[in-house]
Design a protein around this ligand. Sequence first.
Ligand SMILES: [Zn+2]
Length: 71
Amino acid sequence: MSGSSGSSPCPKCGAEMQTYMDWKPADYVSGDCFECGFYYYTADGQRTLVEVNELRAENDLEPIEELRKQW
Ligand SMILES: [Zn+2]
């Protein structure tokens, strides 16, 4: 793991939450409250070509034929 752990106040109950952040493969944060059970995390995923083109259309971009190759 390349990220760093820490703690910050839970927004739901005020207890100290355990938090974790990383910058790979993209900005990532997560937190777990060991008192009230609240948690959050940054989600990532892979969109299909159809989904990407829907997003592009909403943003006035021309559709693409195929997804760009990933590293
Ligand atoms: Zn809490």
